[in-house]
Design a binder for this molecule. Structure first.
Ligand code: NAP
Length: 96
């Protein structure tokens, strides 16, 4: 399963829309901070799970079963961004 983060943002949403033209919805999962904002994707058969780069346990659940993870960078800079991206990358590695 291909997991995409930031799927309720501008870039992530477009990535998922393009992916849906290439692979079936059940091969796609999204990790989003607010699953309600991804209801439209859930209705199309995409797996929607709550995940934030500030919560490694939640991220482990959101990344479960991933064969690939596409991490969309957050809209922050500096130490906060480094910490969050490190958590996201560690989560992807842990998911295998
Ligand atoms: N748009 C551009 O023209 C442009 C140009 C150059 C670079 N970039 C960079 O490319 C990246 C994506 O751009 P974008 O336009 O798609 O930005 P965006 O719409 O703000 O999307 C950022 C995504 O990151 C998610 N996010 C923020 N904090 C998070 C966290 N702690 N854990 C997990 N996800 C988190 C947001 O979730 P929510 O949906 O819940 O808010 C959102 O979906 C950003 O880093 C941006 O700075 C953008």
């Amino acid at each position: 399963m291909i997991i995409v983060t930031g799927a309720t943002g501008q870039l992530g949403r477009q990535i998922v829309e393009r992916l849906l033209t290439r692979v079936s919805a059940n091969q796609i999962g999204v990790s989003v901070r607010d699953p309600q904002k991804a209801q439209e994707l859930a209705d199309q058969g995409v797996r929607v799970r709550q995940g934030s780069f500030t919560d490694s346990d939640g991220l482990a659940h959101a990344f479960e079963g991933a064969t690939q993870v596409l991490i969309v960078s957050v809209d922050k800079m500096g130490e906060q961004a480094v910490r969050q991206h490190r958590t996201a990358i560690d989560g992807a590695v842990a998911a295998g």
